[in-house]
Design a protein around this ligand. Sequence first.
Ligand code: N01
Length: 529
Amino acid sequence: MKIDFDVIVIGAGFAGMYMLHRLRGLGFGCRVIEAGSGVGGTWYWNRYPGARCDVESVQYSYQFDPRLEQEWEWTERYATQPEILKYANHVADRYDLRRDIRFDTRVTRATFDDKDSVWTVETDRSDRLVARFVVTALGCLSAPNTPKIPGLADFTGPTYHTGNWPHEGVDFTGKTVGVIGTGSSAIQSIPIMAQQARHLTVFQRTANYTIPAHNAPLDPHYVAQVKANYRTMRKRAKTLPAGIDLAINMASAIETPAEERQRLYQERWDYGGLGFMASFSDLLLNDESNRTAQDFVKAKIRQIVEDPETAKALAPKNIIGCKRLCVDTGYWATFNRPNVTLVDISDEPIETITPTGLRAKGRDYTFDCLVLATGFDAMTGALLRIDIRGRGGVSLKDKWSEGPKTYLGLAMAGFPKLFTITGPGSPSVLTNMLPSIEQHVDWIADCLAALRATGATVIEAEPRAEEEWVGHVGSIADNTLRSTCSSWYVGANIPGKPRVFMPYIGGLPAYIERCEAVVARGYEGFTLA
Ligand code: N01
């Protein structure tokens, strides 16, 4: 059988790009297949106004090449989508990656051939490529969720999804706009859309917590300091659960005197960003502790939002940090603008989209444009929209009918020679994605090199190891408050999706330790042939 490539990598975001770089360095013949016309993945598609990373730019970057981190200059504390995309393009140029990437091509099917032990990968451009190995680098939040609201197709104006935003941008000046959703994407874009639009109506099903970003241009002295100490900072970050170098206060919120607790929350609030959840170590373990943080943020909402009814509707009812915490610039203050209206639809779903707007709670709303800030079919959606067939023609869809099952988020029983970067069961979305991606890519690259060195040609996760890992991921999730609400972490945003807490919540250090132990024990839990 003719083999086209040693490895086919699906996706040219940060995971696919670094995978290509590593595999090339090891001398493997590799092809990356990418649906978009350029590199960048998430940052290629999510071009909605205000899109930025909520991890600080000096940390949300590759660390595999110290020269790269020294030469690249981030300009703001939180990088904008255009700046991150520029960085992705810089990396593609610097390492000459594009010549092995096939753009504008979507993988439709990947089939394992039991007899020859190879994968055949098919695309929407009629390619049929045979590879020894397949690595999926699809991203965790890359399959946009368009909710099945009746009448959606009947709306006569333009409809935009934040996760698939027009490349030429959208000018809302003078327009009336309806926004469905109040997750991170909405919270980032609403303040900017409100500045342009004649009127903005926000339809909120679940109120969300957000912490101010206090974004600002980066101080050159701070940057110089980071660059001088980059290795130490990266190393320290890897010892922390989220892989982000930030100070975690190990005290319990509930055991801290009220006045001191308030002072610490205020300090974190003034600093801004995701570090708010590290104010105390038990915010996601203890209901009562969590309530102290909820109360702090709710008091802020009441202070900022002038209309008491609107402030009440904006106050989240969930546990803080249960859904992914948001980071914003002027979100709540936006609801003080005369051209912004909040419609609380928490008790009744939208009845229907109409040709001129939508009907909710018996009332018709009209607008020129509709924005769906409705998120993603997270972690599994991008994998399942490809028809992946493992041993005996078994589909991944069938294997995952009761929820995703993987070994370490990296591989699956019944799907030999297929690796998933940041798959379900990996820490991924609960961590800084860049170091998590690099750890996976390095693990996979080293594994392929080790197989080659030993003459093994097949590697497959053992069902028992997979079962044990799935059980472990589930049982540690049950110990935290994070698994208790209806978030995309548990697939609750997609009707019919099995409710399973998908990412590994044990933290990056424990995960790295486990991955290293698996290798040290001769790829424990894998069958090599
Ligand atoms: O998506 P979401 P997102 N009717 O799922 C609502 C990352 N990210 O794109 O909560 C009415 O959070 C839905 O309501 P509910 C980050 O990890 C990072 O905003 O399901 N409403 C919710 O309000 C983030 O967590 C960054 O009740 C409907 C919203 O739509 C993840 O991506 C920036 C509905 C979807 O919110 C996803 O964020 C952006 C319906 N039928 C994103 N269906 C940064 O780095 C859905 N909704 C800062």
